[in-house]
Design a binder for this molecule. Sequence first.
Ligand code: AMP
Length: 214
Amino acid sequence: MYILLLGAPGVGKGKQADLLKKEFNVKILSTGNLLRERAKKDDDLGKEIELCLKKGNLVPFEVVVTLLEEAINSDEYKNGMIFDGFPRTTEQASKLEEILIKKKGMGLEKVIYLDVRPRVIKERILSRRICEKCGKDYNLLLDYPKTGKCGRCGGDLKKRSDDTPETVEHRLEVFKESTAPLINYYKEKGVLVSINGDRDVNAVFDSIKSVFKK
Ligand code: AMP
């Protein structure tokens, strides 16, 4: 099963991916998490990635695709995957199609677009905290653990370095310019399902589930 979650930063792709993972028993492939993990290495590539993340710019195509292909080819993803944060450009989308067709003989069947108003996105991003160890995200106003530690692995929770008011504005611009064209790209292919993400997490999840349980 291949599920693609499309949407601006902060629309709740990570939260929905977590719920889908439990429901359908498929792993999440988040390029943001892969990149944050790679950026921890103290080498030239690690530093280059860290800088892109901090500024809210897209990491170069070759770097992201190399990390993505390594992950897709690992055993962990043999039952399929939920793509969170990839593709972010039409160039990445056609690369993904090529990879999936080569590997599985088929492209994507459904792309879920989560639609949320920019004002809500900003509020959500600024109250987001993530686990340093496993990447799970929490919201200070909704589900922040009383212990201040990750409920899944016990790791420390912190603000992402790119979740600042200035970087959020820039990331939304990057989304508008580079990623939003994918909405039409997938619409024209007949695979896009648009869902109002401006609702309670579980209501959004029910809408997504119904797409796959028809
Ligand atoms: P996310 O965790 O999806 O919000 O991604 C955080 C940051 O990682 C983005 O602002 C980009 O700098 C980088 N990133 C994640 N996915 C991609 C991608 N598919 N292409 C390029 N850069 C990416």
